[in-house]
Design a protein around this ligand. Structure first.
Ligand SMILES: NC(=O)c1ccc[n+]([C@@H]2O[C@H](COP(=O)([O-])OP(=O)(O)OC[C@H]3O[C@@H](n4cnc5c(N)ncnc54)[C@H](O)[C@@H]3O)[C@@H](O)[C@H]2O)c1
Length: 380
């Protein structure tokens, strides 16, 4: 048995997503288990946490037996670290990835992988020219509810897909009376904020991996909460959208909608729901659970009554899909795929070009809003 130690620089390591999901729930457990088994061998991640605040970095590093540095250039110059992972604030991504590619590191990136498709393609070109491996985080594919839904789609449960609907969001407080639950940079354009840039990359891969390619989109968006209080208690103006509605036409001809909002109060099955309707049956998935109903179970609704409440339980004919077995953290699934890809060359489905397609979707929605038209999602 051989052990491959793989040095990984984690940029933005003390941030919410990197410290919790990528380190605590993915890389640290892989290390604690003695590495990721690949055949008879093991890949053991060696972690270098990079960021700006030494005290915070040291605290996270101590918890997970990692190294840390505030000198990113020095870390990039160290040949012991072959991989660069970026989970810093979105506005830093392009600069950080450019440096890492120039330093010859294999790249794994949080979404959005680039501020625009053009910038993403420049990076991809440079990675290919240097023979670097690359991957993009597309974690929502690993959610148990969405896994059940995509299995139904793959097994042709729906017949012809007649439509679909994604609903996402919750109330994000403005910070006046209740502290805001999201970082303030999420609400500033110059910092890479905006609900579409933040969340739509997820909807792209979720939809296309489940239902096939999208043909075109049209979007409306608004800023529901124009001013907020930041982490220091200072009021600031919001200059990005926190509410967006999108119509999507798939290559198959099916039409779907996405309603996403940080200014809505939840009264649905979950914080995220994805419903697919088809000629043979329908299903709706939340983050963990999924329910189906078939043509034979569909009530023959003929009318509604304006005079009396018919008192029908429309959920009664929906049946829960059984669990697929033990849950594996979706971020860990992504890391395992990427580690295998780097060390053994196993193909990486969620590569950087998939990440660029995610950005293409967000970009098309912004353009559609600006121009007031449908925008094509033809492959670039
Ligand atoms: N896959 C997902 O579901 C998911 C979820 C949340 C966030 N994200 C992505 O992860 C990234 C981080 O989001 P977050 O919610 O963890 O944000 P966060 O604000 O909690 O963390 C951002 C990190 O970047 C660091 N940072 C900020 N400005 C920096 C700079 N100028 N130079 C170096 N480091 C800097 C911060 O110190 C912090 O460590 C974003 O790109 C976001 O889109 C992905």
């Amino acid at each position: 048995m051989a052990t491959h130690t793989l040095g990984i620089i984690l940029h933005g390591a003390t941030g919410r997503i990197c410290s919790t999901q990528h380190i605590a729930n993915a890389l640290a457990p892989i290390r604690a288990e003695g590495g990721l088994a690949v055949g008879h061998d093991r890949i053991v991640p060696r972690l270098m946490l990079a960021g700006r605040n030494g005290d915070k970095l040291a605290a996270v590093a101590r918890s997970y037996g990692a190294e840390w540095t505030t000198d990113l250039d020095k870390a990039l110059a160290d040949p012991a670290f072959a991989v660069f992972f970026d989970a810093a604030a979105t506005s830093q991504r392009q600069g950080a990835l450019e440096k890492a590619v120039a330093a010859g590191k294999h790249i794994y990136s949080e979404k959005p992988v680039a501020p625009s498709v053009d910038k993403g393609l420049e990076l991809l070109c440079a990675m290919k020219a240097a023979g670097l491996k690359h991957g993009a985080v597309e974690d929502k594919l690993g959610l148990p509810g969405l896994q059940k839904l995509s299995r139904l789609a793959a097994s042709d449960f729906f017949g012809g897909v007649t439509g679909f609907r994604i609903e996402f969001g919750w109330w994000v407080f403005d910070g006046t009376e209740v502290p805001c639950q999201r970082p303030s940079w999420n609400y500033r354009k110059k910092d890479g904020g905006g609900l579409i840039l933040d969340m739509y990359p997820h909807w792209r891969y979720v939809i296309e991996n489940t239902l096939g390619p999208m043909r075109r989109v049209i979007t409306a968006m608004s800023t529901a909460t124009p001013a907020r209080i930041d982490e220091r208690g200072v009021r600031y103006d919001v200059d990005v959208e926190d509410n967006a509605s999108t119509l999507i036409e798939l290559e198959s001809g099916a039409i779907g909608t996405i309603l996403s909002s940080w200014a809505t109060r939840v009264r649905r099955d979950d914080l995220l729901t994805f419903q697919i309707d088809g000629t043979r049956g329908s299903a709706i998935a939340g983050l963990h659970r999924c329910w189906t109903t078939t043509g034979a179970q569909t009530p023959r609704t003929a009318h509604f009554s304006i005079a009396t409440d018919l008192n029908v339980d429309y959920r009664a004919n929906w049946h829960e899909v059984t669990d697929l077995g033990p849950f594996k953290n979706p971020y860990r699934i992504g890391w395992e795929n990427f580690l295998r890809h780097v060390v053994t060359g196993t193909p990486m489905q969620t590569d950087f070009s998939a990440g660029i397609r995610d950005v293409q979707f967000a970009e098309a929605c912004y353009r559609s809003m600006k121009d007031g038209t449908w925008v094509s999602l033809a492959a670039r």
